[in-house]
Design a protein around this ligand. Sequence first.
Ligand code: C2E
Ligand code: MG
Ligand code: MG
Ligand code: MG
Length: 275
Amino acid sequence: QAKARGRNGFSFYAPSMTGEGVERLRLETFLRRSIEKEEIFLNYQPQVEIDTGRLVGVEALVRWNHPELGLIPPIRFIPLAEDTGFINQLGKWVLHEACRQMVRWQEAGLHVPKIAVNLSAKQFERGSIVNMVADILHDTGLEPERLQLEVTESVIMNTGDAMVFINDLHSIGVALAIDDFGTGYSSLAYLKQLPVQTLKIDRSFIKDISTDVNDEAIAIAIIQLGKSMNLSVIAEGVETEEQAAFLLRHGCNLAQGYFYSRPLAADDMLSRWQK
Ligand code: C2E
Ligand code: MG
Ligand code: MG
Ligand code: MG
């Protein structure tokens, strides 16, 4: 069994370290090299207008394919990347790749109106990321309005300067969405002040929308809230026609979910959506 050693030469884990801990260390080590080894890539999930089926955007979703471990889901490696600080490098790579892909599709004759990219709270800890985002937009030539950054309520509420940083991003023309809306806690007073354009209804509320009266009530309330604040509202995790019909009936015309499409490889976006 390999002994992990810190910089000073002493072991940084106790001999009693569990198998789980060892596994985690191994994953961390692999993850650190994943970008240079070209094991990281993006999938893109279409966002559509419910009544017309028109493509309004895509969400970029990061994927890690390790030669031995296989495809590792983001819920397993994003937290790890956050704990180790690797998220900054990863987040930058994701953003750059997402913007570049938009330009590649455009060149291939597919116009994707906008791309949504997830941000982690940790990406706000080192200060404003506005320069990084501006550099990537400049480098790739993507119009800022066609980039939408997704943050969760907890990112906004728990990150000290998040409000300032979000305003910075808004000032360069980038769009913002609140992801998983309704699962965190957010102050409506905050929401009012934020330059946010979109609320994404969390998929946990969509799941039982036509059978659970509470989920139904929450979804309707979010749609109404968005309407009255002049925000666009998109439902995530739409898997059935019934869910889509419910949303449309209650005034939400934007959706993302398996009913429309699973997340796709860049080339599959072309074959599926190019006219
Ligand atoms: P999210 O941002 O809320 O993304 C939506 C997740 O729901 C994606 O999972 C997507 O594949 C899944 N999904 C979409 N439609 C359906 C559906 O109809 N049914 C079900 N059951 N699931 C659906 P994924 O790709 O595994 O990503 C999970 C989470 O990992 C994301 O949740 C996001 O929080 C995080 N993540 C993914 N990519 C990135 C990234 O590039 N950066 C950061 N910081 N986080 C990311
Ligand atoms: Mg998201
Ligand atoms: Mg989400
Ligand atoms: Mg979610």
